[in-house]
Design a protein around this ligand. Sequence first.
Ligand SMILES: [Zn+2]
Length: 477
Amino acid sequence: MTALSDLTLGRPLVFRNATVLTMDDAHRVEHGADVLVSGDRISAVGQSLQVPEGTAEIDGTGGIVMPGMIDTHRHMWQTAMRGYGADWTLTQYFVWNYLQWGKSFRPQDIYAGNLLSGIEAIDAGVTTTVDWSHNLQTIDHAEAAADALQEVPGRFVLAYGNIQAAPWEWSAAPEFRDFVARRFSGGNDMLGFQMAFDVPGNPEFPEKAAFEVARDLNVPVTTHAGVWKVTTDDGIRLMHEHGFMTPSSIYVHAASLSADSYHRIAATGGSASLSTESEQSAGQGYPPTWKLREHGIGVSLSMDTSVWWSADLFSAMRATLNADRAREHLEAHASDETVTHHKLRAEQVVDWATRGGASALGLDSLTGSLEPGKKADVVLIKNDASPVMFPLLNPYGHVVFQAQRGDVHTVVVNGRAVKYDHRLVGTDLARARQVVSETVEYLKGELGPQAWHQGMHPEIPETRVLDNPYTYTYTQE
Ligand SMILES: [Zn+2]
């Protein structure tokens, strides 16, 4: 067996004898195949590859090798509050973060959340994550966010935002431009940049100035669109009429929108980022998978925030496939019909979790598939101790409905093994635990015990128990 030290020397490495989901244009699946990584690139995919002397070998027998997964929207800073809002609605989230406590987060708290979230991502085989960082109240917060992302050996995109100020305000600040120039010039594919803000639909369109900054800096805009009663068709129409919808625009959720908005998105080549666990639980609108397919709009997947939900794309793929099918059955039954063939397949959601993300981020020439010449972002799903890894009959179905993050055996990012044999390599989880615990203690102190408890336990509306026409009687002989 390959020793860990063999993988940390920059030697070539080869995955041997796995089921390989290439996710290339033909979605080629190779059985008993190898994937060779040399430097930061994939150099070959095929059977019984000849490899350079000294290549480290990773036995993929019984496992699945696939491209690293890509999460196109995650509020990484909120990972410091993992699970706190499990029972929130979107309204409660807005009140807690936007109105009450978001402004309490200091730069070191942003850093702590990002550090843990980044480590969690690579551990789960998510090799690229967009940090939808919308609490950058000062440049110090932004520096802290970027510092954490650069410390974790994953691929990230900092999507810069600030819910404590209007986008036309923060984007106009000279120190914002200075930050971007200082940390994001020179085209680094390990740390990209976007601007992140929402367009609620004010007819004056004050966001125009922020879009002009994005155009000037030549950076994409990512925006929560189609969020029930928050961002509507008006926002999409204003963006379109002013010429700010582009192929690099990402519409997060894109749920509560009319056909007119989907036409505008499709016509301008933008894509949607679906966070199905989020949409189903918080209430942005039903995850619009079937509408996006009808309109030919590109789809990527995302996890939104682990203040509520899981942060691995196995959960995202599973939730997304389930949501699409649940709706199809529910609608059919309402008109007394039966669905005999599912439209959405496991293979398609694996595509969304890999190529869909790469395409949305303009990284499709670099990542999203396992092809010679691409950057080596590679995941091996294999768990010899698990009764769930065999039989391996339908690899796409296995990834979506059988596998989970604990089955991620090896993760390679940019040619570097960052996880091997189920253990992280070169990341300091103990330090992440320490800084997150400091943040939690600090926030608990800021809120006080009562607000802390109330925030986690919102009131439960009363459920009326129906009158039952039948009477249950139980008599003992
Ligand atoms: Zn979001």
